[in-house]
Every structure is written in structure tokens, then in C-alpha cells.
Design a binder for this molecule. Structure first.
Ligand code: SAH
Length: 365
């Protein structure tokens, strides 16, 4: 029988385990502290009796996802390709900056939201990730960082986090529990295409920071870009946002991918301001990351600036966010870029190519 993955257990489950084995309660806390420190070999749990360590080794699966490749971008971020137990592959991006270390994580292998501009959509949904697999990304990132630790987590990697709700909530609780990874709720951001019932459930269970992939204020256009809009239209989305508990001084983030000739006009900016009326929001303007085979292009700089000014003149903060790690295809939300190719070709060859491209870019910059 398959052994449970050790990171799928939170502290209450470790308590239940020690109780089942008639062990003292404090051992559960000791085990969990080792787990949080990033130790994944029970033999090294030095303050725990040998027979308990043996039992742990026997009963649980202690293998973390493997780092297949780590590609460092010239902007300081690193994209990791991780192989899960069933050989499925996910990506995460580590983005250190002066005052924080942000980790962009995946929540599903693939995605079924089918947004027309998103590369992950092309894969479809392979499977959900378990809570432990979501948390493993933090453990792996912390082990890479050594002295410093991840301070912020954004769910902007592969997958629709709210389409994998129970494991997401479990993982969020462990992330933000002071006895867990201890991250502050406003430093953990769930990004969603707009699954309204799940937004409400999230608000009730654990109201972390929320980001909405918005992309256009027009109903029909949004339904074309994001099929989820047919089920959950803008009016309902706005109601859900009005009810969502605010975590940061900026409120809720609306992510707005700027696509040339599609959603980058002042008519769009005007309708966006109307949507935002009464809401506490910030708009992140993200020039589209183009990908091969797609006719969509990033908005022109002048349109981006005009759009930004229109919003800011109406007191809506609208920073332009250039996706980090572009030279290594590491931009969040595009984490599966080129992965489609990798499914049909030897990944190592492609990664070599990408490394080569990244080096070239670096020399050019
Ligand atoms: N499914 C979730 C989270 C993953 S996508 C969501 O929809 O929010 C994370 C972000 O990357 C989203 O805002 C998404 O719209 C954006 N994104 C997807 N494809 C992109 C592309 N080609 N260029 C720029 N951003 C993109």
C-alpha cells in the first residue's frame, strides 16, 4: 500500500498519530518542528527516540518532489521544474527582492479554466495537487535559500487554486499558522479566475489576500478570454468582492493582462473604473507574455502608460508588473510555457536550449 506523504500531515494529524501509538503528546510537536525546518529524514530527528524514528520512516513517504532543473534569470528569480511522485511536472518561481522573498506556487498539474491567453490552459487538467505537494514547494524553496526564508507566497503558478479547494485550505492553514510556517495572511495571495462560491468559502475558512484575474470589464469579451465568466459573470463577481474581508491596505488585487488591440483602450479603462467603484482595489497591469502559436501580443508601451494614467488619475493604484524570469519562461501564470513541447520531447534537451537562450539574453542585456 502507498504510504502517506509526510507533508500531508498537519499538527493535529501528528497528534492523532502519536496518540495511536501511545506516545507522549509532545513528540508530535517535535516531529512537526523538524518537518517545518525542512528535514525530511526521520533518522536525523535527533531529539526523538530511535524506535519512533524507525516507525516514522516505515509508515510515511519522506521523499520531496525532485528538482529536475533550476534556471536562474538575470533578474534574480529562479524557476524550478519539480517532478512529483507520479513523474508529473510542475513549476515554481522563487523571486527574492530587497525586503521579501516571494514564492510563486502551483496548485494543480495543468488547469481546466481554459483562459485563451494562458499557456497552462493548453495542457488541460492532469490532476489536483495534494496539500503536502503544495507545501513541499515552500520546503524546497527554503532549503535552497538556506539562511533566509520565503516570506510571501502567491498562487499564480500552474492551476486554479480555488478549483482544488480542500487541499488549498489545508495548505493555507499550515502556511499561516504560527505553529506552522507562520506566514502572515496578508503575505499569502490566492489568485483566481473568479470561482464565486469558492471565493465565499475561502473568505469563511481562511481569508488570505485575494487577487482576481480580471482582464476586461466587458462581459462578452471576458467570457471569450475566460470561459469561467459565463458561469460567474461580472456582476456576481463584484458582489463577492464587496463581501470579501480585506487583508492589505490596497484591498483586493485585480490582475489585468494587457493585450494589444484587445483590452488596452481607454474605453476599457473607463469601464474598469466603473467596476472598481465602491471596491477597495489595486490593479496590476501585466503586459501579456506572448507565446508561440498565439496571435495575441503585449500592449504597446504608450497604451499601457495611458491606461495606467487614466486609473491613477482616478485614485486607483495601477503599477505595471513586468513578469519576472522572462528569459527562463518563468513568468507566473505562464509556468507551463513550452511544457507542452516537453511532453512530446526530451525535457533535458529543451532545458539545455532554454539555458542557452537565457545566457544569450543575459549577454545582450
Ligand atoms: N488560475 C489562477 C492562477 C494562475 S494564473 C488565476 O487565473 O488567477 C496567474 C496569473 O497569470 C493570472 O492573472 C493569469 O491571468 C496570468 N497569466 C496567464 N497567462 C498569462 C500570459 N500569457 N501573460 C501574462 N500573464 C498571464
Amino acid at each position: 500500500m502507498e504510504r502517506p506523504f509526510y507533508l500531508d500531515l498537519d499538527l493535529p494529524l501528528w497528534y492523532a498519530w502519536v496518540q495511536k501509538h501511545n506516545l507522549p503528546k509532545f513528540i508530535a510537536k517535535q516531529i512537526f518542528d523538524w518537518v517545518l525546518k525542512g528535514e525530511n529524514d526521520p533518522c536525523c530527528f535527533s531529539n526523538i527516540p530511535k524506535n519512533v524514528r524507525d516507525l516514522l520512516s516505515l509508515e510515511y513517504d519522506w521523499d520531496l518532489p525532485k528538482i529536475d532543473t533550476a534556471l536562474k534569470s538575470f533578474d534574480g528569480s529562479t524557476k524550478f521544474l519539480l517532478t512529483l511522485k507520479d513523474q508529473k511536472v510542475i513549476e515554481m518561481v522563487l523571486m527574492p527582492s530587497l525586503d521579501r522573498v516571494t514564492l510563486c506556487v502551483s496548485s494543480q498539474v495543468g488547469c481546466r479554466m481554459n483562459c485563451s491567453f494562458c499557456q497552462t490552459a493548453k495542457m488541460g487538467l492532469a490532476r489536483n495537487m495534494s496539500a503536502g505537494e503544495i507545501l513541499a514547494q515552500i520546503v524546497i524553496a527554503n532549503r535552497q535559500l538556506k539562511e533566509i526564508k520565503v516570506t510571501n507566497v502567491v498562487f499564480m503558478g500552474m492551476g486554479e487554486p480555488l478549483d482544488n479547494l480542500a487541499p488549498l485550505i489545508h495548505a493555507l492553514k499550515v502556511m499561516t499558522d504560527p505553529c506552522g510556517f507562520g506566514l502572515s495572511k496578508h503575505r499569502v495571495t490566492v489568485s483566481t479566475s473568479g470561482l464565486i462560491p469558492e471565493i465565499k468559502l475561502l473568505a469563511n475558512e481562511i481569508a488570505v489576500s485575494l487577487a482576481i484575474s480580471f482582464h476586461t470589464p466587458f462581459e462578452e469579451e471576458r467570457s471569450q478570454l475566460m470561459p469561467v465568466n459565463r458561469k460567474y459573470p461580472l456582476e456576481d463577481l463584484k458582489k463577492a468582492l464587496l463581501e470579501y474581508p480585506i487583508q492589505t491596505r490596497h484591498g483586493i488585487t485585480l490582475e489585468y493582462v494587457m493585450i494589444k488591440g484587445k483590452n488596452d483602450s481607454l474605453r476599457h479603462a473607463k469601464a474598469l473604473v466603473k467596476f472598481a467603484h465602491g471596491l477597495k482595489v489595486k490593479v496590476n497591469l501585466i503586459p501579456l507574455n506572448p507565446h508561440p502559436g498565439s496571435p495575441m501580443e503585449p500592449a504597446l508601451e504608450e497604451n499601457l502608460k495611458a491606461f495606467q494614467s487614466y486609473l491613477e488619475e482616478r485614485s486607483i493604484s495601477a503599477p505595471v508588473r513586468y513578469s519576472r524570469g522572462q528569459d527562463v519562461s518563468g513568468a507566473c501564470g505562464q509556468l507551463a510555457v513550452k511544457r507542452q513541447d516537453e511532453l512530446t520531447q526530451d525535457p533535458r534537451v529543451l532545458w539545455q536550449k532554454r539555458r542557452h537562450d537565457a545566457r544569450n539574453l543575459k549577454t545582450q542585456s
